[in-house]
Design a protein around this ligand. Structure first.
Ligand code: SAH
Length: 347
């Protein structure tokens, strides 16, 4: 009874209060969980349609000054071989991706102050001048002026996951992080007119259903243009080595809730969910997701961008992955988008 009522409300308006969210996160029989995922799939179909957008991911540096307890790239991890791509190298790769017909390049790195605001600006400027691609940046917390400069010269989108919307949990995972600063950065990005991506991990050590409800309430209230949600995967060279990975079903419920409360956000079926289950990405696409990322980082670097271990697809040829991905998308009755896949939110 109660479930039917909340799911009707989910499909019609998406206006869920905290009690509804906690109730849905606590669903435990597989048939009830499936009803939630189906409701999200229905919202996806009616609000954004059947297209799936493909993004080309380029992980251009794995240097990082931060010490996030979950991440394999954290500064104190001396076992990782560090690399940086030169600005020219990033730009020529982007030109190649544009020629292959990709419509978005996502430039991601650790927090690496080696790249000054001007260096990143030059990369954005060149890609803007020489290609027709949308440009997404994902380089962590920077100053307002940096964000503004990059936006002014043509960056379109920025991904900065909030990681967890619970202040205490955030503090326990980020010995040198500052919850308020992360939230401030997200506000700046949105105000500057970026299509802004937030998101979180599921199954972090110490994370409860109440914490996950905080994430969904944050997503509902902030209304990001994009929402990246993936399972936490423990990395052996971090203080959280040996902890349990996030659970597939809970991750799918979170993706479903993100779809329900945002209606038309761009929601990726993340590499992380594809890494904990062979069909994780397809399952995410059937639970509200409408974006996938193909990794185009040159293989010699890619193996070292180890935020978590055993990342799937790490050794595979990007173009082959891309082809396989397209056929997998079609096999579940969806179409591959040929456009830029910009945010549909009107600000
Ligand atoms: N430095 C950038 C990019 C970080 S890597 C930034 O701060 O935004 C991209 C995302 O990977 C992170 O935001 C985090 O949510 C995720 N991540 C990091 N370590 C992880 C782990 N062990 N398991 C799953 N996801 C992880």
């Amino acid at each position: 009874m109660e479930l039917s009522h909340i799911l009707d409300k989910s499909i019609e308006s998406g206006f869920l209060n905290r009690d509804d969210i906690v109730f849905l996160l606590k669903l435990d029989t597989s048939s009830d969980v499936q009803r939630l995922l189906d409701a999200a799939d229905e919202v996806r179909r009616s609000c954004v349609g059947d297209e799936v957008h493909i993004r080309a991911l380029v992980e251009f540096s794995n240097f990082c000054v931060r010490r996030c307890n979950y991440c394999g790239l954290r500064a104190p991890n001396t076992k990782v071989k560090r690399y940086r791509m030169l600005p020219e190298e990033i730009v020529s790769l982007a030109i190649e991706l544009d020629r292959k017909g990709l419509k978005t390049v996502v430039l991601q790195s650790g927090e690496d102050p080696y790249y000054t605001s001007e260096m990143i600006a030059e990369v954005v400027r060149e890609i803007r001048a020489q290609t027709n691609m949308a440009i997404t940046l994902c380089v962590g917390e920077r100053s307002y002026d940096d964000y503004k400069l990059w936006k002014d010269i043509g960056a379109n989108r920025y991904l900065l996951r909030h990681e967890t919307a619970n202040r205490e949990l955030y503090a326990s995972l980020h010995p040198d992080g500052n919850f308020d600063n992360r939230m401030r950065c997200l506000g700046w990005l949105q105000n500057l007119g970026y299509q802004t991506g937030a998101g979180c991990m599921v199954g972090l050590p110490g994370q409860t259903v109440e914490h996950l409800a905080d994430d969904i309430e944050f997503i509902r209230d902030f209304q990001p243009d994009m929402v990246g949600i993936g399972p936490y995967i423990p990395h052996p060279n971090t203080p959280l080595a040996g902890s349990r990975p996030g659970n597939l079903e809970m991750t799918l419920k979170m993706i479903a809730l993100a779809r329900i409360v945002t209606r038309d956000a761009l929601i990726p079926a993340t590499t992380a969910i594809g890494s904990i289950h062979e069909l994780g990405r397809e399952m995410a696409l059937k639970a509200g997701a409408d974006v996938v990322m193909t990794n185009y980082t040159p293989v010699e670097y890619r193996v070292h961008y180890e935020i978590y271990p055993n990342k799937r697809y790490v050794l595979e040829d990007s173009s082959e992955c891309d082809l396989r991905l397209r056929s997998r998308i079609q096999s579940i009755g969806r179409t591959v988008s040929t456009g830029h896949g910009h945010s549909r939110k009107q600000r």
